[in-house]
Design a protein around this ligand. Structure first.
Ligand code: NIG
Ligand code: FE
Length: 408
């Protein structure tokens, strides 16, 4: 009886092990059994003929195989869109001015509160499908456009339903501390009390959140307010992460690192103390080039400091209606390289190995090696650097999710 369920031969592997570059194997094979990787290495290391090892033997036609891509920061479930605000910005208003005038995040809150569960699902599915066609097998989805219990719950339920209906796994994050809802105008502390006493315990009790996120910024919440949310999250056993240092330096990343945060995201205004604190805590830096680009920011995240201090770097789409209406994770690889100066290898690691780490899945996902979940993408490319090199191109030829072919 065959040992393994399926094997692909005649493949080139970017295993994303740290060494050599891309963890590359030129003449390789990958085998899966029970949804896990059973073998990923040079063909010559196979213990027998492929036909003797696996029930199904496939020819990968020389494709490169990478771990399935992971988008570790999205707000993909929401109502409405903000094309009109985009127009306002190009007529001279800033993102912060639009937020202060009642637009911005709270305008998406109004649209999301008005949308039914089915409408939210359909709209999110439409946005998500192009990512899946690009080899994305795992996506993080935040709430934060409901702000009241009922709508936050609806967003997170829709996020869970996407994983039930599509070939993708979803990690959810409760982002109650995203913006101040109209019903708490002028009382940010009162809203944070409400989050900590009522909404977060209910969401946690229903198992709807895998993590807790916040937005620490002048136009959102202070480090002290976010710290209260994080204390509650910790008491409930949930890991935390933070939108930090996007528009100004609030020292949010260091505060989050103090809570052992999985990640701190954006980070254009991060200072060296912040980078040091993140390194010490193992907090991943999630860089979001789509938001940087779309808001026409000029302040670059301190990539050199992050490297120097040994902070792990992930890349994500931030797919959201206000600052990053992004429909492609591959485009983020290109932007991470062209705008932020990441090498193509760092960019690819940022949506595989390091993105897995940013979701607390660093031992089970993001690398092609035995024992890990068999999520894989097959690419018709000559070299893995091509994934960051091309603009608006999708060379994905096949997607395997937990060992099964889900797209070909
Ligand atoms: O990640 N920074 C806060 N949240 C989103 C933007 C949300 C919005 O503008 O709707 C972000 O950029
Ligand atoms: Fe975000």
């Amino acid at each position: 009886m065959a040992l393994w369920d399926r094997i692909w031969v005649n493949a080139r592997l970017a295993t994303m092990r740290p060494d050599p570059a891309y963890g590359a194997v030129e003449d390789g094979a990958v085998a899966v059994a029970d949804g896990r990787i059973a073998f990923a290495g040079p063909s010559e290391a196979l213990p027998d003929r492929p036909e003797a090892l696996a029930r199904d033997v496939f020819d990968a036609d020389g494709c490169w195989i990478t771990p399935g891509l992971i988008d570790c920061h999205t707000h993909i479930v929401h109502g409405g869109n903000r094309a009109v605000e985009f127009e306002m910005r190009l007529n001279g208003a800033s993102y912060e001015e639009i937020a202060a005038a009642g637009g911005g995040i709270v305008s998406t809150v109004r649209a999301t509160r008005a949308a039914g569960e089915m409408d939210l699902f359909r709209a999110a599915e439409r946005r998500l499908r192009p990512f899946l066609a690009e080899g994305v097998t795992h996506v993080e989805i935040k709430s934060g456009y409901g702000l009241d219990l009922e709508t936050e719950r609806r967003q997170l339920r829709v996020a869970r339903q996407l994983a039930e209906h599509l070939p993708v796994d979803v990690s959810t994050s409760y982002l109650g501390a995203h913006a101040l809802p109209a019903e708490f105008a002028g009382d940010a502390d009162g809203y944070i009390d409400h989050v900590c006493s009522t909404v977060l315990p209910a969401i946690a009790g229903e198992g709807l959140a895998d993590a807790v996120d916040g937005f620490c910024e002048r136009i959102a919440f202070s480090t002290g307010q976010i710290a209260r949310v994080f204390e509650t999250a910790q008491a409930l056993g949930l890991p935390v992460k933070l939108h930090a240092e996007q528009l100004s330096n609030q020292h949010g990343a260091a505060m989050a690192a103090g809570f052992g945060a999985l990640s701190a995201d954006h980070l254009e205004y991060l200072d060296e103390d912040g980078a040091r604190a993140m390194a010490a805590a193992g907090t991943v830096a999630v860089l979001l080039p789509g938001a940087y680009y779309f808001l026409r920011e000029t302040r670059l995240p301190p990539v050199e400091d992050l490297r120097w201090h040994g902070v792990r770097i992930a890349i994500a789409s931030d797919c959201n209606p206000g600052s990053a209406p992004v429909g492609s994770l591959l485009l983020m690889l290109n932007m991470a390289s062209t705008l932020f100066g990441l090498t193509p290898e760092e960019a690819l690691a940022g949506v595989t190995r390091e993105a897995a780490r940013a979701l607390g899945l660093g031992d089970s996902h993001g690398v092609l090696e035995p024992g890990r979940v068999a999520d894989m993408a097959f690419w018709a490319i000559e070299h893995p650097a091509e994934l960051a090199y091309r603009i608006a191109a999708n060379p994905c030829r096949r997607v395997v999710k937990a060992g099964r072919i889900v797209l070909e």
